[in-house]
Design a protein around this ligand. Structure first.
Ligand code: ADP
Ligand code: MG
Length: 506
């Protein structure tokens, strides 16, 4: 377009020159017109410039050939075009240099941005690892890490799910700048977390996916690099074992997808190490606790059991005395009941000291359950609890300590009865898992259920929610199951009530 305009202008000037006889005019205009050609150097491509210079020089040549003025001829057809050509060449070179400089500037800018990004990444990771060292427990660590990510990556919701083979999952959640109502649906997050746990690969969910009821979310390595991700879920892996998942719900799209994945992968690996360390600390503390408890139990048993025996005997004697009124008898009953309760606590405490990893014999699970149910029969009847039992047809016998298994069953049945209070069902299911070569026993009640937030504490010694509870039943049961190389877990997803699942290898 510019070439056409300039050519048109030059033709106008040519027409003017040829129309005028005045040589003075001719000189003024010829200056102008070579200036125009030079000007074209700023705008036109090379071909356009040479074409224009060529046409103009040819027209001048033809015109001046008729005029026969050698001075004019030399000036207009040789000197001016030569100067114009030189100027055009120089302009061209300048243009080239300008483009080069621009390119270099852009490159420097890009390098600068890269550097800034790296510094940001490094300081993010520095802050995360600093929190790993300074945090006093996992919850505190998680909160600190998420705060770092919230400020640097603009995320607004994060979930840490820690899986432990022999303990219930620990679930931590951190929310920033959102009300409870705005937070994402837990069910959808659970589905994604399950997938990550199963395959041990990160998942990146683009914005548009989160609105669908889709269950097949894309793995991060298949996400197109330009797609902004709304939700990340990464596995926490230590020694090729997935110990948990980290889910991040994002706010801004300031980071590129690759950058995010890179940082989050390192964050997840720092987290995984911290989780593993915490698990080792926990299990050390736990075994230390149990050992102390065992020692204490023996002392308590000796110191308290004998006087308790005396109190019980005296109370029984008083009961047979006749000069007590009804009120007095009630008091004696209270003494007897409470003494019995104390005895039970001591009995339970004592079991901590003794390992049950001995006296193993081949037993039939069905008859062990039958014996334990017989002990609980009066309470089951009193609270109108129906018992349902389902056994797989060919259950193999298991090599266990029958006393220990009975104790475990009693603890679980008592908890179920206490939870149901009145009118409910206790269901016992036993199956044989061929793949694991283990017996699976599921004890389910229709009681009041368990708040998922306390599941990780249930098996701790002395953890109880009951005013008169000891908090020892589940702790002891777990120790005994572990003596059999088995596992016990609570299943809070049970639609109504609670279910405990015991796995014992045969
Ligand atoms: N079947 C159940 N239903 C509801 N809550 C249960 C059940 N079993 C255990 N719990 C919870 O676990 C806690 C610990 O149980 P346990 O170790 O047996 O101690 P305790 O029965 O003395 O409280 C209980 O206080 C209760 O909150
Ligand atoms: Mg109990």
């Amino acid at each position: 377009m510019k070439t056409i305009c300039l050519t048109f202008l030059i033709f106008l000037i040519n027409a003017f020159i040829y129309g005028s006889d005045n040589l003075q005019d001719y000189y003024i205009v010829i200056h102008l017109y070579y200036a125009l050609i030079t000007l074209s150097g700023r705008y036109d491509n090379r071909l356009g410039q040479f074409l224009m210079l060529g046409i103009t020089t040819t027209i001048n040549f033809i015109y001046l050939a008729f005029v026969y003025n050698w001075v004019h001829f030399t000036a207009s057809v040789m000197i001016y075009p030569f100067i114009s050509l030189c100027i055009l060449q120089t302009l061209q070179k300048l243009k080239k240099t300008e483009t080069e400089v621009k390119k270099q500037f852009l490159r420097a800018d890009q390098d600068n941005q890269d550097l800034e990004r790296r510094i940001r990444d490094i300081s993010t990771l520095f802050d995360v690892s600093a929190s790993a060292n300074s945090a006093h427990d996992l919850k505190n660590f998680f909160q600190q890490v998420i705060k770092v990510l919230a400020t640097r990556m603009g995320l607004y919701q994060a979930h840490l799910n820690i899986y432990n083979k022999d303990r219930p999952n620990q679930y931590l959640e951190a929310v920033f700048g959102l009300t409870k109502a705005e937070t994402r649906d837990r069910k959808q997050i659970d589905v994604i977390q399950e997938q990550v746990l199963k395959y041990g690969r990160p998942i990146g969910v683009p914005h548009r996916w989160m609105r669908k009821d889709d269950e097949n979310f894309p793995f991060a390595d298949s996400v197109v690099s330009k797609t902004p991700i709304a939700f990340w879920c990464l596995p926490l892996i230590v020694d090729e074992e997935v110990v948990g998942t980290l889910a991040i719900d994002k706010g801004s799209d300031e980071f590129s997808t690759e950058d995010e994945l890179r940082i989050l992968t390192v964050v997840a690996s720092i987290m995984a190490q911290r989780v593993k360390i915490q698990q080792v600390i926990d299990s050390l503390v736990q075994s230390e606790r149990l050992a102390t408890l065992g020692k204490m139990a023996t002392t308590v048993a000796h110191e308290v059991r004998n006087p308790l025996g005396g109190i019980r005997g005296a109370a029984q004697l008083l009961q047979s005395e006749e000069n007590f009124d009804a009120n007095g008898r009630d008091y004696i009953d209270v003494i007897l009941k409470e003494v019995d309760r104390l005895n039970r606590v001591i009995e339970q405490l004592l079991t901590f000291g003794k390992s049950k990893a001995e006296n193993f014999e081949l037993c039939n699970l069905k008859s062990l359950v039958f014996d334990a149910l017989k002990v609980c029969d009066p309470q089951l009847k009193q609270h109108q609890i129906e018992v349902k039992q389902n056994y797989q047809q060919y259950l193999p016998e298991i090599k266990v300590n029958p006393e220990a298994i009975e104790q475990i069953l009693l603890n679980l049945f008592r908890n179920a009865i206490e939870s149901i209070e009145n009118d409910g069902t206790l269901t016992i299911n036993a199956t044989f898992d061929l793949k694991q070569a283990a017996i699976k026993l599921r004890i389910e009640d229709t009681g009041r259920g368990i708040n998922p937030e306390i599941t990780h504490k249930l098996f701790d010694p002395f953890y109880t929610t009951k005013p008169k509870g000891t908090g020892l039943g589940l702790a002891i049961s777990r120790q005994m199951v572990e003596d059999h190389n088995g596992t016990i877990e609570v299943d809070v997803t049970s639609p109504k009530g609670t279910a405990f699942l015991i796995t014992i290898p045969i």
